[in-house]
Ligand binder design. Structure first.
Ligand code: ADP
Ligand code: ADP
Ligand code: ZN
Length: 211
């Protein structure tokens, strides 16, 4: 399947993408993970985006489209993909539409995870992420077996640099201003499916029913 996961930071996009991936062999493509990997590896791209990301602002549409144009043409995308954190602006959505038309591909849907704001803030402040494989944990709802150690790969689990109170506040504002309009965009495209993102089982159930 080819799905866009829509929803504010902390809505559960990455968690759902990882669950769906095990379901049918589609790959998760997280622009946030790609950028964090570039920062960790100290590449030119990483140096370019580090400060912007730490502040919770968006990387430029041009840079993101350059990354995604390459990524979506890799071999593993043939089985399907789950776009997590992309597109994030109307120009990115328009550019994606043009790119898919060029590649002769169609999206199955844009899945919106609908979550109340207080739940989002709670999830973001308690999220922890593996520095190596990107596995997502939560202090309250999904702690690792051994504190600070990834169950999957044994690497260190940390709180992200953009998970300070200030950066979280900014990211939510950026979402409301630049990303929330995508809901109407995909509704107009006839691709929008909205589900309450309250618990993973009901999200999975809704996906199975509708796709
Ligand atoms: P979250 O899962 O909390 O929504 P992400 O990991 O998707 O966060 O993104 C982290 C940061 O990476 C964003 O705040 C932004 O700086 C950058 N980023 C990720 N995807 C995009 C994108 N499609 N366009 C612009 N910036 C992006
Ligand atoms: P996003 O990719 O949308 O930013 P994540 O998948 O990283 O969101 O989830 C944010 C935090 O909320 C993580 O700590 C994750 O473990 C937790 N989480 C995700 N989905 C749920 C859920 N349905 N119920 C409770 N906690 C959740
Ligand atoms: Zn790991």
């Amino acid at each position: 399947m080819k799905i866009i996961l829509l929803g504010p930071p902390g809505a559960g996009k990455g968690t759902i993408a990882k669950a769906l991936m095990q379901h049918d062999g589609s790959v998760q493509i997280s622009t946030g993970d790609i950028l964090r990997e570039a920062i960790a590896a100290g590449t030119e791209l990483g140096k370019q985006v580090e400060a912007v990301m730490a502040a919770g602002d968006l990387v430029t549409d041009e840079l993101i489209m350059e990354i995604m144009e390459q990524r979506l043409q890799q071999e593993d995308c043939k089985q399907g993909y789950l776009l997590d954190g992309f597109p994030r602006t109307i120009p990115q959505a328009e550019a994606l539409k043009a790119l898919l038309a060029k590649l002769g591909e169609k999206l199955d849907c844009a899945l919106e995870l609908d979550i109340p704001r207080d739940v989002i803030i709670d999830r973001l402040t308690t999220r922890r992420t593996c520095t190596n494989c990107g596995e997502i944990y939560n202090v309250k709802t999904k702690p690792p077996t051994v504190e600070g150690v990834c169950d999957v790969c044994g690497s260190q689990i940390v709180q992200r640099d953009d998970e300070t109170e200030e950066a979280i506040e900014n990211r939510l504002q950026v979402y409301n201003q630049l990303t929330a309009p995508l809901v109407a965009f995909y509704r107009d495209e006839g691709l929008l499916v909205s589900v309450p993102g309250s618990d993973i089982d009901s999200v999975m159930e809704a996906i199975r029913n509708r796709i």
